[in-house]
Design a protein around this ligand. Structure first.
Ligand code: HSE
Length: 435
């Protein structure tokens, strides 16, 4: 069998996973790749105690790997965007195919990288960039290529889902769970990327590009994280029969493409509401197949390595046939991509959960329902919580029917101006994900 030489750059959580799993499963992987996959060189600034590289050429300079004339596929697992960008461009300039798990790199520099690869007939593969071990890129690129995709919605950040699950089921503190997620190797080097929704935004942009044939761009995406989410809303949502999940949502509408990342109430009856811990899940609704759900571990060493290895096998099998043997677009055929307008968040239509603190006296609720009625917003449920002893104010929770966000914004502003309402109004979007 021919040999295909691999250079791994980065020996952190994912790099060590790739090295170890390839060693452990080499017989099966080689037979699927139809070649001998050989790790010829590793580039890493330091060793990883979870990975015994004895017998492999290890360089402290990752650029040695990108320029190594013996290497066919460079696997970029260093993360970040500056050095990773230079590394990948250097690898392409040196005629290497590239496999990467780097969503920030693909979301921000993907168009330049793909154009460079295309010009040289090289492949850039990035299955591990989205949803860890779930083969969602392959599903969108190949498995659903007979469909027109209508929308997709996913839990696409494992750290955030882990934090929300622990807060919900065990009442744990946010900071404490985040520390555990970091220790387990789920979180990004800068965990604000996880908890502020930036990592999910990168992944959503990549899936949107594949789903709707658009160039990669973060322009216009609405991004909100989980740092402002209050535990009381998690438990009120449960009382109403909903879970709060941090979702990335994209939808093709007549007015443009919705592109948004934010905490969302989803009915407990929806499968995605039961996706907990570090798991990810992506629902894809398409015209022929209907709704599909892709579920699995969204982060971690070997789950992510599983996706990296799938790309290595694909690249090794097809590299002799040229990049255009890959189906379809993004990385192979960037000229076919078409920009579409991204909808402003104020123009999207959805249901809402709202909570505020109101004086417990006659007429207050009717003022509030009057404001909602005047804004043309229909109320699906309203709950007034019993006030604690000695308190004049009560928490009021309202679930609305589907409305335009700008109408909700105007109603919220009006409610906040009432003398009988204390503080600001909290609102969280609700998605039923049923059509
Ligand atoms: N920090 C990411 C997450 C890693 O928690 O989902 C996987 O992309």
């Amino acid at each position: 069998m021919r040999s295909v030489n691999i250079g791994i750059c980065g020996l952190g959580t994912v790099g060590a996973g790739v090295y170890n799993v390839l060693g452990r499963n080499s017989k099966q992987i080689n037979s699927r790749a139809n070649c001998d996959l050989v790790i010829s060189q590793v580039g890493a600034r330091r060793d990883n105690p979870n990975c015994d590289t004895n017998g492999t050429d290890v360089s402290r300079d990752i650029f040695d790997v990108a320029k190594n004339p013996d290497i066919d596929i460079v696997v970029e697992l260093i993360g970040g965007t500056d050095v990773a960008h230079k590394l990948v461009m250097t690898a392409l300039e040196n005629g290497k195919h590239v496999v990467t798990a780097n969503k920030a790199l693909i979301a921000q520099h993907g168009m330049e990288i793909f154009a460079a690869a295309e010009a040289r007939g090289l492949i850039v593969a990035y299955e591990a960039a989205v949803a860890g071990g779930i083969p969602i890129i392959k599903a969108l690129r190949e498995g659903l290529s007979g469909n027109r995709i209508n929308w997709l919605a996913g839990i696409i950040n494992g750290t955030t889902n882990f934090i929300l699950s622990e807060m919900d089921s065990k009442g744990r503190e946010f900071a404490d769970v985040l520390t555990e997620a970091q220790e387990k190797g789920y979180a990004e080097a800068d965990p604000t990327f996880d908890v502020e929704g930036i990592d999910a935004a990168h992944k959503l942009v990549i899936m949107t590009s594949l789903a709707f044939g658009m160039p990669l761009s973060l322009d216009g995406i609405y991004t909100d994280g989980i740092t402002k989410l209050e535990p009381q809303d998690v438990s009120y949502a449960r009382e109403l029969g909903y879970a709060i999940k941090h979702l990335g949502i994209t939808r093709q509408t007549g007015q443009g493409v919705e592109l948004r990342v934010h905490p969302t109430l989803v009915p407990e009856s929806c499968l995605i509401a039961g996706v907990n811990d570090v798991s990810n899940a992506v629902m894809v609704n398409a015209d022929a197949v209907g709704t599909t759900l892709f579920y699995g571990p969204g982060a971690g060493s070997e789950p992510t390595a599983s996706s990296v290895l799938a790309d290595i096998v694909d690249v090794a099998r097809t590299m002799g046939a040229g990049a255009d043997s890959w189906v379809p677009a993004l990385g192979c055929n960037t000229t076919a991509l078409q920009t579409q307008p991204i909808m402003a968040i104020q123009d999207i239509e959805t249901s809402f959960y709202i909570r505020f603190s109101a004086l417990d006296k006659p007429g207050v609720l009717s003022d509030i329902t009057g404001i909602m009625a005047n804004a043309g917003i229909s109320i699906e449920a309203i709950i007034q919580k019993e006030q604690p002893a000695g308190e004049d104010y009560v928490n009021v929770i309202i679930l609305t029917n589907v409305t335009k966000e700008k109408l909700l914004d105007a109603a919220v502003e009006h409610i906040e101006q009432l003398e009988t309402v204390r503080g600001s109004v909290t609102f969280i979007r609700v998605e039923h994900l049923d059509q």
